[in-house]
Design a protein around this ligand. Structure first.
Ligand code: SF4
Length: 418
């Protein structure tokens, strides 16, 4: 492992909760419905995070449970049953219903696993019910996806077929491009989890080789391993370097010569490097500070340093799974400061003291920092944008060069008016 400088920090945190992941999961599986069992705060969060869906046919909702409406636990179960029955009778197209727990104390008391089990019996053959927690207590927002996928693993049937399983939500067009590249390399049986339809879960077994597309799926990976799957450890497919190593790791697991991989991806990589140049011109030598939120921070730091020549001041991450991240850490420059966890006040002090050109952070911190004249980039944008793969490298760099360019323009306009 490279000699990065590991640090841990605990204290007040400023991150979104796991409910946020519903925003990209419901896009991925249009036949699923996400019913948040929560409070009015949860309803507000999910509606503002995914506001656009309110005007379309929504595939998420909130069963609002508040102490003052309920005399006891029996009432809460009754209320939840009423909401679910009403929903299923109005929306017969729902195939999988996720009951998503949250952190209000009245919800924590509910046994959602038992509720899901009873509903599975009642609606057998019509709708499948699974449950997971999107609670904001001790979790960060991408862990919502980990919880949702972990809940689906027991529903995946067994097979001994040899296959490559891509694990982690991808934009559909990115998934199509990845599959085409794998086919050209010589890996033909490639499936994705989560799939595009919640009822078409891939089968898994001892000949399933799992390649992660997202670094925040530790729990899901553990359960896939228990089902006999083999995990391919690799850097994540962000940028040319990460994506190339990701394809090479898959090829190696399928005993395909690496020359074949280079032959297939060389034209893509050349184009991507050229497209990156105009962003690197802006990003080169700029100081970058990543606050912990998405768990993508280490991969982003590697891309922005190695391919866009940014200087890393500090790389925060909410959690660090050293097994999954070892190859990424090896690609970082020696002495990179990694901070696992968060004490938001101390981190903000370090931001101010080091005067970075760009801070990657949560939405709640972005506005105050911008008000202090520090350019920011919302980390949540990385999970809403198609950033994976070689041909997306320039778009990924563009997410970081744009705020800096905007700042340059604003500064030059201000100077011109004085
Ligand atoms: S789950 Fe908890 S943190 Fe998330 S919106 Fe609901 S109350 Fe807030």
């Amino acid at each position: 492992m490279s000699k990065v400088d590991f640090n841990k920090e605990t204290g007040p945190r400023e991150v979104f909760c796991g409910l946020t992941s519903i925003v990209w999961l419901h896009r991925r599986m249009p036949d699923a419905f996400f019913l948040v069992v929560g409070s009015r705060t949860c309803a507000h969060l999910i509606q503002s995070a995914a506001g656009v869906m309110i005007f379309a046919e929504p595939r998420f909702g909130t069963a609002i449970l508040e102490e003052k409406d309920l005399a006891g636990l029996a009432d809460a179960h009754e209320e939840l049953n009423r909401v679910v029955n009403d929903l299923i009778s109005r929306r017969p197209e729902i195939k999988t219903l996720f009951l998503v727990g949250s952190c209000p104390s009245e919800v924590i008391k509910l046994d959602l696993a038992t509720v899901a089990e009873k509903l599975n019996t009642q609606f057998s053959g019509q709708v499948r019910f699974v449950n997971y927690s999107g609670s904001g207590i001790e979790t960060t927002f991408t862990q919502g996806e980990d919880g949702a996928l972990k809940a689906l693993v027991p529903l995946m049937e067994s097979t001994d077929d040899k296959k490559l399983l891509l694990v982690g939500t991808l934009a559909n067009n990115v998934e199509d491009r990845f599959k085409k590249i794998f086919n050209n390399i010589g890996i033909n049986n490639v499936e994705s989890f989560p799939p595009r339809n919640s009822t078409e879960l891939p089968k898994i077994g001892k000949n399933t080789k799992v390649l992660l597309t997202q670094p925040y799926l530790s729990e899901t990976i553990r359960d896939l391993k228990h089902r006999g799957c083999e995990i391919i450890y690799a850097p994540f497919p962000l940028g040319v370097e990460g994506s190339t190593k990701w394809f090479l790791a898959a090829a190696d697991a399928f005993k395909i010569n690496e020359l074949k991989v280079h032959e297939v991806i060389a034209p893509l990589a050349n184009r991507a490097r050229q497209a990156l140049e105009k962003h690197t011109e802006i990003l080169r030598g700029k100081k970058l500070f990543l606050l912990p939120e998405s768990q993508l921070e280490i991969s982003l730091a590697r891309f922005l340093h190695n391919e866009c020549e940014m200087d890393l001041i500090e790389v925060g991450t909410p959690y660090l799974n050293k097994d999954l991240m070892e190859q990424e850490l090896n690609l970082l420059p020696d002495d990179t400061k990694i901070v696992e966890g968060q004490h938001v006040e101390k981190q903000l002090d370090r931001v101010r003291a080091t005067n970075p050109d760009l801070v990657v952070c949560g939405m709640g911190l972005a506005n105050p920092l911008e008000a202090e004249g520090i350019s920011t980039k919302w980390s949540i944008e990385m999970v809403f944008s198609p950033i994976h793969g070689i041909d997306q490298a320039a778009d990924l760099a563009g997410l970081f060069s744009r705020p800096l360019k905007r700042n340059q323009i604003l500064t030059s306009k201000t100077l011109a008016t004085h």
